[in-house]
Unconditional design. Structure first.
Length: 319
């Protein structure tokens, strides 16, 4: 189910839907995760269509659930297993945004490793008839680092893979990810450990493998601004992309989004991705503002095409 050396697209709310995942897979990502999905939401309203949509191309795929009760998470996992048959059910114990913490779910549970173990145990048990393993995405702890205790509880409960963001929940994305702790965890682990945190370019992927001995590396924010990072790692070289190619990526993503999202909604949602993919691109600041201020789909596409054409003309590639 898991090959050592995998490079994985991290789940990121509002970004890593099916369209973005497919494009990253084509660029060399080995595995994908859905955005985090509420277990209670599934029990009350059924499977959310847009968030849950995936294609065969995205496999192996982890369907990521969050919740505050072992029973609810296990029940939701069974519904997902029956209807969608993902490769893994993943339990999010890492998200530390206030609105999720308020529900005593995800990162909040890092304060109680035995409860985390209980969630995994019940979910593993419930999924046995479907043959779907359970993975977990964690941080080092809530306020204090108690990663070893957390990992031991999850392993005792039957977890099959653990992705570790090497910060505490309280840190959010501040400070520096402590890669040394991934190495410490790897020493006591009996399941594959995927490292995460501060992977900014393809050389960081290489460095994380070397420094931590982890089994896989998860790439998050760096993939939003430069999805070619997966190809770079596979080919061991830097790949430079200008505005035209970045806009081409956005148009492809938009087209794929229309498969599972209403047209105008997709055009609104893609704007945050446009901001990300133009990050740090020379001369892109004004262009970014111009594109995202488009009032509707038609205008947005026109402005993207315009930006693409303008760059191609300036380098003499357009006819």
């Amino acid at each position: 189910m898991f090959r050592k050396g995998e490079v994985i697209l991290a789940p990121m709310a509002s970004y890593t839907h099916s369209a973005f995942r497919r494009l990253c897979k084509r660029l060399g990502a080995d595995r994908t995760y859905t955005e985090l999905i509420s277990a209670v939401g599934i029990l009350r309203k059924g499977i959310p269509k847009e968030l849950s949509y995936f294609t065969e191309e995205e496999r192996p795929i982890h369907y990521q659930l969050f919740g505050s009760s072992p029973e609810e998470i296990a029940k939701a996992a069974v519904i997902v297993a029956k209807e969608l048959k993902p490769d893994f059910i993943d339990i999010n114990f890492g998200c530390s945004v206030p609105k999720v913490l308020k529900t005593k779910a995800a990162g909040y549970m890092l304060q109680c490793p035995p409860l985390m173990g209980e969630v995994v145990r019940e979910t593993v048990e419930a999924l046995k008839p479907y043959g779907i393993p359970v993975s977990a995405k964690i941080r080092l702890g809530f306020e204090e680092d108690q990663a070893e205790w957390i990992v031991e509880e999850l392993q005792k409960a039957g977890v099959s893979l653990i992705a570790v963001h090497a910060r505490t929940a309280k840190q959010g994305f501040s400070g520096q990810a402590n890669w040394k702790r991934i190495k410490d965890i790897k020493k006591i682990a009996s399941v594959p450990i995927v490292g995460s945190g501060d992977v900014k370019n393809w050389k960081d992927i290489e460095r994380m493998f070397e420094e931590t001995d982890c089994d896989g590396v998860m790439v998050g924010r760096a993939a939003l601004s430069h999805p070619w990072i997966f190809q770079e790692f596979k080919e061991k070289r830097e790949i430079k992309k200008g505005i035209a190619e970045r806009m081409e990526f956005v148009l492809k993503e938009l087209e794929l989004m229309w498969e599972f999202m209403e047209r105008e909604k997709a055009c609104r949602e893609i704007k945050s991705q446009i901001v990300q993919i133009l990050k740090g691109v020379p001369g892109a600041k004004e262009l970014k503002n111009y594109i995202v201020q488009a009032k509707d789909c038609e205008e947005l596409i026109k402005r993207i095409e315009e930006a693409k054409k303008r760059e191609l003309e300036s380098v003499g590639l357009s006819h």
